[in-house]
Design a protein around this ligand. Structure first.
Ligand code: TYM
Length: 329
């Protein structure tokens, strides 16, 4: 049965191999059978300080990456969050149905705010999961493909749906986070105990890195003592991370990778991982280069906003009526 699928990426920094393997790579596979909405979470990007020209560049980059990952605008609605004002309007309603205690427990908020000066933490950063819930619920999304780190936010959205529907009836659609078996949490190559992230450039593979740089970074990845290619996150986090990267790109299991490289040394294995990343990202980056300076980006966004707005308006109106906002047509 046709389902609604929604996901997004926020333009806060250069996209990483983690974003690609945990999220981006999976989006296009839904578009032939389902109704897919993929957006750029640009309002979310404002929750941390960012220069306007950087935000504009990163936003266009993400659209180009979407198109380079074979998302087809005639099948998938690709749009900017800020162009569909219903996201903010639904946010204004839903913020009353999530509680401060719940938001306080969000790991991402805790991690980020720990690194910041207490007096400079914006309200938007704290309230972030409400906007994310609005993004999801506005499109009645049933499937939300995300990396591991976003699971908690989708689960909070589910709690919100429960709470809201108990009060008002069956108004909001229950979303399901879909997290891939491998590649949902790619770790930093220099510190495999830390997640690879856009805001922490050490040990990250950026999608815009030169292929030679990517190869160098992978060859220099921190590995563990011993010499066995074994998936054991606790005792061998470095090698396990490289196994995940390889398995995710080749669409095989971590067991398959162990088997394939059971007689190999670390150096040989790293070389194979580097080659497989380059073979995957090479053509992808080439498509990105062809798109990034074209008007296809603006055309896609203009068309996408219209399509997204049509659906968003209906949901917003349903929610407004449910909570008792007077509807004057
Ligand atoms: P963002 O922009 O931080 O990340 C985009 C996607 O990439 C995944 N990801 C990873 N996957 C594997 N390994 C990693 N190291 C890694 N780092 C990031 C993330 O899990 C995510 O799927 N809040 C979201 C954006 C958003 C959203 C939404 C997503 C806003 N509204 C509604 C889905 C539905 C975010 O900050 O993702």
């Amino acid at each position: 049965m046709k389902k609604r699928v929604l996901s997004g990426i926020k333009p806060t920094g250069n996209l990483t191999l983690g974003n690609y393997l945990g999220a981006l790579k999976h989006f296009a596979k839904y578009q032939d059978e389902h109704e897919v909405f993929i957006f750029i979470a640009d309002l979310h990007a404002l929750t941390l300080p960012i220069e306007p020209e950087v935000l504009r560049k990163l936003t266009r980059d993400i659209v180009a990456f979407y198109l380079a990952s074979n998302l087809d605008p005639s099948k998938t609605t690709i749009f900017l969050q800020s162009q569909v004002s219903e996201h903010s309007e639904l946010n204004a309603i839903l913020q009353n149905y999530l509680y401060m205690g719940e938001l306080n427990r969000m790991t991402q908020f805790k991690d980020l705010s720990l690194k910041m000066k207490q007096s400079a933490i914006g309200l938007g950063l704290f309230a972030y999961p409400v906007l994310m819930a609005s993004d999801i619920l506005l499109y009645d999304a049933q499937i939300v493909p995300v990396g591991e780190d976003q699971k908690q936010h989708v689960e909070l959205t589910r709690d919100l749906v429960d709470r809201f529907n108990k009060r008002y009836g069956n108004i909001l659609v229950m979303p399901e986070p879909v997290i891939s078996k491998v590649g949902a949490r790619i770790m930093s190559l220099s510190n495999p105990l830390q997640k690879m992230s856009k805001s922490d450039p050490k040990g990250d593979v950026f999608l815009l890195d030169d292929l030679k740089v990517i190869e160098k970074k992978i060859m220099a990845a921190v590995t563990d003592s011993g010499s066995e290619i074994k998936y054991d996150v606790k005792n061998k986090p470095g090698i396990s991370n490289l196994i995940s990267i390889y398995a995710s790109i080749e669409n095989i299991t971590t067991k398959d990778v162990e088997e394939k490289f059971k007689n190999s040394q670390y150096g040989e294995f790293k070389k194979a991982v580097a080659m497989c990343v380059i073979n995957e990202l090479g053509p992808f980056k080439k498509r990105y280069e062809e798109i990034i300076n074209s008007s296809l980006i603006e055309e896609t966004l203009a068309e996408g906003a219209l399509k997204a707005k049509k659906i968003a308006k209906q949901t917003l109106s349903r929610v407004q009526k449910a909570v008792g906002l007077l509807h004057v047509e």
